[in-house]
Design a protein around this ligand. Structure first.
Ligand code: AMP
Ligand code: MN
Ligand code: MN
Ligand code: MN
Length: 284
């Protein structure tokens, strides 16, 4: 196989909190020059067979993908899984259990928002949900933009949906070791998503990567839509220091909301080992 540069291994469809179908995402990725693609819906792999077929129809190679919500040191951390067997029973059960609880959490979010005068948020968010098992904060954010309470989803998160704000409901997600094991034992590679986004001290971040590696995690997202150019450099150094492979992904959700399009980020620098080189036998 010729060397792949334009891999985009992180994005979301209507199967989680994106606004495009797997087919439309695949088309958009291909038009943007993506050579190797992965759809990584939150806690869900229901779109994998469609995404793989759409990748093929659009002349791209494909890796299976998901982004698992994990609670570590009281914070939510996301672990991207790539190249796993989508029919693996343990992985499917683990994701199913992780999705469980989103419904009650959403109703509680709605109750909290009602206390600050925002009514009908649960029903409002549901209108944006493509997968009933996957109601997320993003769907609430779309409803609050629709009603004119906020001008965009970033403002909704800032004012209502982050820790300490009126609509934020703490939630316990999967354990780090479990998420890494589900992915790894299904033949895939586990990657820490957008590490620059977590509010960890240097010690906590070190603990995250130490535990992640101890459980069998192998990679870190270096180039992602959530990182600044300075963070591309920072996490490239971290990958080399810790002996982790590197990943690249836009984290694209929607043409209207995402500032980073599929396939448009800088390439990984030469001195890093791309995660897809270690998954050569898993590429479809
Ligand atoms: P949930 O899994 O329900 O907690 O929702 C998490 C999702 O909310 C993330 O995957 C993002 O798509 C979105 N999100 C989180 N923080 C922000 C933010 N500050 N601005 C816009 N979207 C955000
Ligand atoms: Mn999301
Ligand atoms: Mn994420
Ligand atoms: Mn994501």
């Amino acid at each position: 196989m010729t060397k792949i540069f334009n891999a985009d291994l992180h994005c979301h469809s209507v199967v989680s909190d994106g606004t495009l179908t797997p087919e439309l995402l695949a088309q958009r990725a291909a038009v943007n020059g993506v050579e190797l693609w992965a759809l990584t819906d939150h806690d869900e792999i229901g779109g994998q067979h469609r995404a793989a077929a759409a990748a093929k129809a659009n002349g791209m190679r494909y890796l299976t993908g998901t982004e698992i919500s994990v609670t570590f040191a009281g914070e939510t951390v996301h672990i991207v899984g790539l190249g796993f067997d989508p029919d693996d029973a343990q992985l499917c059960q683990g994701l199913h259990d992780t999705r469980h609880g989103r419904g009650p959490r959403a109703m509680e979010m709605s109750d909290q928002l009602a206390k600050v005068g925002i009514h009908g948020a649960y029903e409002g968010a549901l209108k944006y949900v493509g997968n009933p098992e996957l109601i997320s904060r993003t769907h609430f954010a779309r409803f609050l933009v629709e009603t004119g309470i906020c001008k965009d989803t970033a403002e909704v998160f800032r004012k209502y949906l982050t820790d300490g704000k009126p609509g934020f409901v703490p939630h316990r997600w999967a354990a780090l070791g479990d998420a890494v094991r589900w992915i790894t034992q299904a033949g895939g590679a586990a990657v820490v998503a957008h590490p620059g986004r977590y509010k960890f001290t240097a010690n906590e971040e070190y603990a995250l990567f130490t535990e992640f590696k101890a459980h069998g995690g192998v990679g870190v997202e270096v180039v992602t839509g959530s990182h600044s150019p300075a963070e591309f450099v920072e996490y490239a150094s971290l990958a080399k220091e810790l002996g982790l492979v590197a990943s690249r992904g836009s984290d694209f959700h929607s043409p209207d909301e995402s500032h980073t399009d599929l396939g448009k980020l800088p390439f990984l620098s030469d001195e890093l080992t791309p995660v897809w080189e270690t998954l050569a036998n898993r590429i479809q």
